[in-house]
Design a protein around this ligand. Structure first.
Ligand code: ACO
Length: 368
C-alpha cells in the first residue's frame, strides 16, 4: 500500500543512488554488502567467466534470424550447463560461487550474442578491461573495426535498469525458479525456466508491450485519450500496459526512479522522444480517471523503462532480455535459499479435480 521496496532491508532509492548492479547482486545473493575484498573477488570471478565455451557459438547458428531473443536466452542458459558437467548437479556445491558468477556473467554474453546473430552481425567478444554493464554495451554495439563509444550516462542508465530489476519477491518467474529448484534441478535449469516465465506480456514482457503500445498510439495520431477509453473497456482486448501490479496498490517505487532517470538520460543525450510525451499524458490521464484510481492502478517498473532503453539504442525485442539479466541475482538468491535448506521439500500444489470421479473407456465406434 505504501509503495516500499527494499533489498535485504536497504531502500531501493538508496541503492539506486549509491550502488551498482554488481554490488547489489552480491548483496541479494550473499545477504550483505560486500567489503572491498569480497567485491573485488566477485568482480574478478565475473570477468574470469565472461566468455562462453567456444563451441556454444555454433548453437546460435541453428536459430532462425527471426527468433525472439528470450527463446534463445532460455535455450542457451540450459545448453551452457552441458559444457560444464559440474553445473549439472543440483544444490549448492563447493563450486557454487563460481557457478553463480558464471551464470551472471555469461547470461550477458549469451544475450549480446543472440542480438548480434539475429541482426546478421558478427559476434563481439567481451573485453577484460570493461566492467559488467559497459562490457554488455560493447558486445551489443561495437564493430570488429570500431569500438562502441561508451558514454558514462548510458552505462549508468543501463546499470540502474539492471539494479532496479534485481529482485522482487514471489513474482511469476521467481516462483517458477523456486518450483523447479525444489525438485533439486540444477541452477541453470531453474533459471532457464525463470526466463520462460518472465517472457509473457503480463510479466517481464510488459516492457516490450508498453513501447509497442506507445508506438501504435503515436502512429494513430491519438494523444492517448482514445486508448485510455479502450483500456477501460473489457471487450476491447486492450490494457494500459505498464500499469497495475499484483502487490503495489500505490506508485511502484521503481517506476518513480525510472521516470526521473528517463528525463535525465533523454535530456543528456539530447533526445526528444514523442513516446515519452505520450507516456506522461497517459499517466496523467490515468491517475485522474476513476477507473484507474478505484482499482489502484499505477505505473509499474515497465512503464518508463522501455523509453530509456529505446534512447540507449536497444531494440525493443531485447527489452525483456535486459529484464532477465537484471533479475538473475534475485533468481539465484531464491535458488540458494531452497538449496541451502536441508528441510526443503519438493513443491507439489494439490489439485482439486472437478470432473467425473469415475468413468469407463468408451470404444471409438460408440463415441458420439
Ligand atoms: N489496464 C486496464 N485495466 C487493468 C489493468 C491495466 N493495465 N490492470 C488491471 N486492470 C483492471 C482489471 O481488468 C480488473 O478490473 P475489474 O476489477 O473490473 O475486473 C482490476 O483492474 C484488477 O486487475 P487484476 O487483473 O485482478 O490484477 P492482477 O493483480 O491480477 O494483475 C497485472 C496485475 C497482471 C500486472 C495487471 O495489472 C496487468 O495486466 N497490467 C498490465 C501488464 C503489465 O504492466 N505487467 C507488468 C507487471 S510488473 C512486472 O511483472 C514486472
Amino acid at each position: 500500500e505504501q509503495g516500499i521496496l527494499r533489498y535485504r532491508g536497504i531502500p531501493i532509492e538508496e541503492l539506486a543512488e549509491k550502488s551498482t548492479f554488481v554490488e547489489t547482486a552480491y548483496l541479494i545473493i550473499y545477504g550483505h554488502l560486500p567489503d572491498r575484498n569480497e567485491l573485488k573477488n566477485f568482480s574478478d570471478l565475473l570477468t574470469e567467466h565472461q566468455n562462453i565455451h567456444e563451441d556454444m557459438k555454433y548453437h546460435f547458428e541453428g536459430f532462425p534470424s527471426t527468433s525472439h531473443p528470450m527463446a534463445i536466452l532460455s535455450a542457451m542458459i540450459n545448453a551452457s550447463g552441458c559444457f560444464d558437467l559440474t553445473l549439472m548437479k543440483g544444490g549448492c556445491s563447493s563450486q557454487f560461487d563460481s557457478h553463480v558468477a558464471q551464470l551472471i556473467s555469461q547470461v550477458r554474453t549469451i544475450a549480446a550474442f543472440s542480438y548480434r546473430k539475429s541482426h546478421g552481425l558478427p559476434i563481439i567478444y567481451p573485453k577484460k578491461a570493461y566492467k559488467y554493464t559497459a562490457n554488455f554495451l560493447h558486445m551489443l554495439f561495437s564493430q570488429p573495426y570500431e569500438d562502441y563509444e561508451l558514454k558514462p550516462e548510458v552505462v549508468r542508465a543501463l546499470d540502474l535498469i539492471f539494479l532496479l530489476h534485481a529482485d522482487h519477491e514471489q513474482n511469476c518467474s521467481t516462483a517458477t525458479v523456486r518450483m523447479v529448484a525444489s525438485s533439486q534441478a540444477n541452477l541453470y535449469a531453474s533459471c532457464a525456466a525463470g526466463v520462460c516465465a518472465l517472457w509473457g506480456p503480463l510479466h517481464g514482457g510488459a516492457n516490450q508491450a508498453v513501447v509497442e503500445m506507445l508506438v501504435d498510439i503515436h502512429k494513430s495520431g491519438d494523444d492517448g485519450s482514445k486508448f485510455i477509453t479502450a483500456a477501460k473497456d473489457k471487450n476491447s482486448g486492450k490494457k494500459l500496459m505498464g500499469f497495475g501490479h499484483r502487490v503495489y496498490k500505490n506508485y511502484d517505487p521503481r517506476a518513480k526512479i525510472i521516470k526521473k532517470a528517463c528525463d535525465e538520460v533523454l535530456g543528456s543525450l539530447d533526445i526528444n522522444d514523442p513516446l515519452l510525451e505520450i507516456a506522461k499524458k497517459l499517466e496523467e490521464a490515468a491517475l485522474r480517471d476513476s477507473y484507474f484510481v478505484e482499482r489502484k492502478l499505477y505505473p509499474n517498473v515497465d512503464f518508463y523503462s522501455g523509453i530509456i532503453m529505446r534512447a540507449l539504442g536497444i531494440p525493443v525485442e531485447m527489452f525483456t532480455v535486459i529484464f532477465a539479466i537484471g533479475r538473475m541475482p534475485g533468481w539465484i538468491a531464491n535458488y540458494k535459499e531452497i538449496a541451502d535448506d536441508t528441510k526443503s521439500r519438493i513443491s507439489r500444489p494439490r489439485q482439486v479435480y472437478m470432473g467425473e470421479p469415475l468413468n469407463t473407456y468408451v470404444p471409438m465406434s460408440k463415441r458420439k
